[in-house]
Design a protein around this ligand. Structure first.
Ligand code: PGA
Length: 310
């Protein structure tokens, strides 16, 4: 069959999203470009790969078959790349790192000293939310993943390397700013700005509220920690975010942390890969670097108001 890897990548994205629009956004291509590639692929296969019923896109039987082959081809190519990375060694290899969007606040601070130590290593960093990270792990599309909680339903080698406390934030001057030991029940009267579904921060917050018999009434949903901080600062409501995202706003006193009795939510950061995965020399090197040095390199903002109990 005469098809290109580019066509397979485009096919894989459309099959994953079951949407031409989302696939084209994901791939940074126009929708007509994506449709054209799929059309050429269908001509090559001689069968339709997708069918549209109403507004929904489905894989045909042939599409499902091709999806299996595309995954195998991508995994084989990745493995070949890892073999060559291994041969190039730690000095000249490539590292494909995927991190939860919240981790973007500290991962560059780890990459900088690592890349200074190994200046010829080439790094690609994918910053995305938890749902996409789970897909990447499942499809073995990345060397290492950093996120807030390993999924329970996958065989993973996951190790924690640093605390990840989630705290409640409010704009400076908020009426609860100087209160101590605020009960969670009081906090639920506030308007909450929450991360999008699929975010680790969001699911940890929802679980935490449910465990404490409280309701997190999400008044507004925002797709990044940055948007939530801006929203809270502008007085739209309060939020629950990782302390790692707050360094600048706390230093500039644009936001305050509310002293809520049941908070912070105590989470950890994990670095992980599929168990049994053959790590390249660079991936092994970076993983060791994170496990041994991250906690020394990265400091959480100092919090005069953060309760030390729990
Ligand atoms: P998030 O991830 O940026 O998707 O909320 C953080 C996490 O995994 O806890």
């Amino acid at each position: 069959m005469n098809l290109t890897l580019r066509q397979l990548r485009i096919f894989e994205a459309v099959a994953r999203h079951l949407s031409f629009t989302h696939a084209s956004k994901d791939l940074h291509l126009t929708q007509p470009a994506v449709s054209m590639q799929i059309k050429q692929l269908e001509e090559e296969v001689g069968l339709p790969l997708f069918e549209q019923v109403g507004k929904k896109v489905f894989l045909t039987e042939a599409g499902k078959e091709l999806q299996g082959y595309a995954a195998t081809i991508q995994a084989t190519l990745l493995e070949a790349g890892q073999v060559f990375d291994e041969m190039r060694g730690l000095e000249r290899g490539r590292l494909k790192l995927s991190v939860a969007s919240t981790a973007n606040y500290f991962v560059p601070k780890l990459l900088a000293p690592f890349c200074r130590r190994y200046p010829h290593v080439r790094v690609s960093l994918d910053v995305t939310n938890r749902d996409r990270l789970l897909d990447e792990l499942a499809a073995n599309e990345t060397d290492l993943v950093i996120m807030g909680e390993p999924p329970g339903n996958m065989e993973l080698a996951a190790e924690s390397f640093m605390d990840n406390p989630l705290v409640a934030i409010a704009p400076t001057g908020h009426p609860l700013q100087n209160n101590r030991n605020i009960p969670l029940k009081r906090l639920q009267e506030e308007t909450f700005l929450v991360r999008e579904k699929g975010s680790g921060t969001r699911s940890a917050s929802e679980r935490f509220f449910a465990e404490h018999g409280a309701a997190l009434s999400a008044a507004m949903e925002m797709s990044s920690s940055e948007a939530i901080k801006q929203g809270v600062e502008a007085g739209l409501g309060v939020g629950l975010l990782s302390l790692h995202t707050l360094e600048m706003e706390l230093a500039l006193k644009r936001l305050v942390i509310l002293d809520v009795r049941e908070l912070p939510i105590l989470r950890k950061w994990y670095i992980m890969h599929r168990s049994g995965k053959r790590l390249s020399a660079v991936a092994r090197g970076f993983k060791d670097f994170v496990l041994n040095e991250a906690a020394h390199i990265l400091a959480l903002p100092t919090l005069p108001t953060l309760p030390t109990r729990r």
